[in-house]
Design a protein around this ligand. Structure first.
Ligand code: GN1
Ligand code: MG
Length: 369
């Protein structure tokens, strides 16, 4: 992780429409991509917090396009929530704080992009699910997110990371990494490589349905990790979906699949003890129930029929991304220990196997909802 540069943050903090003086800032460890700080300001004797975040330009090559998407989506969400009289609006939708020049981001002389969000008090995230109820909350929150974006006006959102969930391209990237083997690591992961390559028959299933026009493209979140939904510390209700950088055109399945990946095994993503990693039926059922309570109104029968499968496919897709990054020398995802990406890959593959065994029962449950 990049070192917190106090001076840089002091300079950056003055560029935004924040009234008051920055007191201190701490790095936030959640997330593998961007650099995030929670900053405390003094505003007329009251302490107020904001999030400052530096966009990772190795991952997001067009930060302007990212911020254009984020502004469109947050504005639309806020308008819809107001129209639906949701109340507590600034705790239900992310608020971008503009720069003093009125822009959604500040670009430093060296070309870094910084943006600022209102810190939402009284909410928290979890790295692993604590109960089926929490999974239902997360499912509902992301289903609601898709529902609110269904009538986003204007042109198609920018594809800020083209082919983000294109499993065929991710598979090809893995094949390339195995062939290059620049770090001489392939020999240590023969088992994982064998497993990954054997899954080729599932790679094109959703892409094929999309190409044949059987599945509609939607505006989707695309990074629906459980820790991207913030829950109220008192009521336990899911309040706000965060991390909107990958909001772009996609399939509903990318979101549901990533929720299955990150909620149905009540373990952390890098759990070293694989015996704990299992698809848990009551959690899945709650998740599906919560998601469909919000998304059931717009999903087509064809979309519904692929929901259980999407859990397996997206878990597999993220698994091969971790394996690819491990083979490529850990260049993409931030790692905190040796073999970190490999540990992450192994939990994904274990979960793929567990879903595989239960997929028919999972889909049957979804069909009955
Ligand atoms: C990354 O931003 P963060 O850490 O939530 C990644 C996701 C992966 C996830 C795996 C832009 O998400 O696609 O599913 O790690 N985001 C990007 O934990 O690549
Ligand atoms: Mg993210």
């Amino acid at each position: 992780m990049a070192i917190y540069q106090e001076h840089e943050l002091q300079v950056v903090s003055k560029k935004f429409q924040i009234y008051g003086e920055i007191l201190h800032a701490e790095p936030c460890k959640i997330g593998h991509i961007n650099e995030t700080y929670t900053a405390t300001y003094d505003q007329g004797g009251t302490r107020v917090r904001y999030i400052h975040q530096k966009i990772n330009q190795n991952v997001f090559k067009q930060p302007d396009a990212v911020m254009e998407n984020v502004m469109r989506v947050t504005t639309h969400l806020r308008d819809k929530l107001i129209a639906e009289r949701a109340g507590d609006i600034t705790r239900r939708a992310v608020t971008v704080v503009p720069t003093r020049a009125g822009h959604s981001f500040y670009r430093t002389r060296s070309g870094d992009y910084w943006r600022t969000f209102v810190f939402i008090e009284g909410l928290q995230t979890y790295e692993a699910v604590q109960s089926p109820e929490q999974a239902a909350e997360a499912g509902f929150a992301f289903g609601q997110f898709q529902r609110l974006l269904a009538d986003l006006p204007g042109e198609r959102l920018h594809e800020t990371i083209p082919d983000f969930h294109n499993t065929r391209k991710r598979f090809a990237a893995l094949q390339q990494a195995i062939e290059n083997d620049h770090y001489n690591r392939a020999k240590d992961v023969a088992k994982e490589i064998k497993f990954a390559l054997a899954q080729e028959p599932i790679v094109d299933v959703l892409l094929g349905s999309l190409a044949r026009g059987e599945l509609p493209e939607r505006a989707t979140h695309n990074d629906t990790k459980f820790n991207n939904v913030m829950m109220d510390v008192v009521t336990g209700k899911a309040m706000c979906v965060v991390d909107l950088d990958t909001v772009m055109p996609g399939l509903a399945h990318y979101d549901f699949g990533d929720m299955v990946r990150t909620t149905t095994s009540p373990t952390v993503e890098d759990e070293p003890d694989l015996s704990k990693v299992e698809m848990n039926t009551p959690i899945f059922q709650s998740l599906a129930r919560g998601y469909l309570a919000a998304a059931g109104s717009f999903l087509t029968p064809a979309e519904k029929s692929h929901l259980a499968f999407s859990g397996k496919l997206i878990t597999f897709t993220i698994g091969i991304r971790f394996l690819t990054d491990f083979l490529n020398g850990d260049k993409y995802f931030r790692v905190h220990r040796p073999h970190h990406n490999l540990d992450r890959c192994r939990t994904q593959f274990k979960l793929v196997q567990s879903i595989e065994r239960q997929q028919d029962a999972m889909q049957k449950f979804v069909d009955g909802l």
